[in-house]
Design a protein around this ligand. Structure first.
Ligand SMILES: NC(=O)c1ccc[n+]([C@@H]2O[C@H](COP(=O)([O-])OP(=O)(O)OC[C@H]3O[C@@H](n4cnc5c(N)ncnc54)[C@H](OP(=O)(O)O)[C@@H]3O)[C@@H](O)[C@H]2O)c1
Length: 330
């Protein structure tokens, strides 16, 4: 498996990581893994296939417990990332943010306990707290590094200026943002800043929350409680528009003898030598398929054909519903 570095000073990780959100939250996606044994089996298969970068968070249901269970006996083979800062409200669509120093320290101790490890390799602030200066949050995170509880720091969904301010307090190894053929927001302003500072971009939802996997024909393919039913891209006219785009991507994929999901991941990997996608899946078959994306070759013609089908901004619908857009750092 190709390796990429997490920032100038960070560790090498597999070019594709494993997103562990849907192994922990029962309702988030239709096929979330709910069984401990299956989750451990999935993670072990990922490690066998060369993935060494696992991504979880304190709010992903019991994901940290499952990841911790899978890591018993093989902790040192893995670069383990988790996050804090989002405070869950009454449902999956209702969230607040707490980046106070007290929250930094308390949440880290709780994550260490759930994971059953003595340190976290990459600790992210999941969302920037508008009430707490970023210097204060990152200052407290830097204390975790000094205490040996955390090795490297990361931010998620932070604006370029916030990244610069944070970096002055402590080196930042990675920024985790949504980035895919459906969400190209990081390209204009954020990626140049990250490259200047030597920070890796960890691309979350690289398959457009499954849409780019070309398995859904209608919103009825999603279970009644699936979080995506509330996501603008999966609704009504936007769903139809996005489905038509995905059908055309699927044709390109077939011509390249790969799947649509592999095409979407290979596009990210080839376009950006410093981006590390972390697709999530509940299926060993699809995990194997996703890892296969590192083998796919890409040339200028491939980029041009994909751009013609899906130019920037062509996707229908915002990436989050309004209540979750509010907690992004603009
Ligand atoms: N920092 C943040 O705010 C944030 C937000 C969201 C996610 N994340 C992180 O990013 C990770 C990945 O994001 P995500 O899970 O939201 O979205 P994603 O990786 O874009 O998509 C996951 C969905 O794609 C499906 N899928 C996976 N491989 C597939 C394939 N080869 N063909 C067809 N469908 C496929 C999965 O279904 P099956 O299970 O049925 O395979 C799942 O429903 C998460 O696990 C989490 O660690 C971070």
């Amino acid at each position: 498996m190709e390796q990429r570095r997490l920032g100038h000073e960070g560790p090498l990780v597999s070019a594709i990581g494993l997103g562990c959100m849907s192994i922990g939250i029962a309702d988030v996606y239709t096929s979330s893994v709910q069984d401990d044994e299956k989750a451990v089996e999935l993670i072990h298969r990922a490690l066998d296939l060369g993935i060494n970068f696992l991504d979880t968070a304190n709010i992903y249901g019991d994901s940290e417990l499952k990841v911790g269970k899978a890591l018993r006996g093989c902790r040192n083979e893995v670069v383990l990332a988790t996050k804090f800062g989002i405070v869950m409200g009454s449902d999956l669509h209702n969230r607040g943010v707490d980046g106070s120093p007290e929250s930094v320290h308390r949440n880290c101790d709780e994550s260490l306990k759930r994971l059953g490890v003595d340190h976290i390799d990459l600790y992210y602030l999941h969302r920037v707290d508008p009430q707490v200066p970023i210097e204060e949050t990152v200052g407290a995170m830097a204390e975790l590094v000094k205490a040996g509880k955390v090795r490297h720091l990361g931010l998620s969904e932070a604006a370029p200026n916030t990244v610069r301010r944070a970096y002055k307090v402590h080196p930042i190894a990675a920024l985790q943002n949504e980035y895919s053929l459906f969400t190209r927001d990081p390209e204009e302003e954020l990626l140049p800043v990250l490259r200047e500072l030597g920070i890796a971009l960890v691309a979350y939802s690289p398959l457009g929350r499954g849409f780019l996997g070309a398995r859904f024909r209608s919103v009825d393919d999603l279970a009644p409680g699936d979080w995506r039913r509330g996501n603008p891209r999966f609704q009504g006219e936007q769903f139809a528009r996005n489905l038509a785009i995905v059908d055309r991507l699927q044709e390109i994929a077939e011509e390249k003898h790969c799947t649509a999901a592999q095409l979407a991941l290979a596009w990210l990997l080839h376009r950006n030598p410093d981006v590390i996608p972390i697709p999530g899946t509940s299926s060993i078959g699809r995990l194997e398929e996703n890892i296969g994306a590192v083998q796919i070759s890409f040339n200028d013609e491939d980029f041009n054909r994909i751009e013609a089908v899906l130019p920037k901004g062509a996707v229908g619908g915002e990436r989050y519903a309004p209540e979750m857009m509010k907690i992004l750092n603009g």
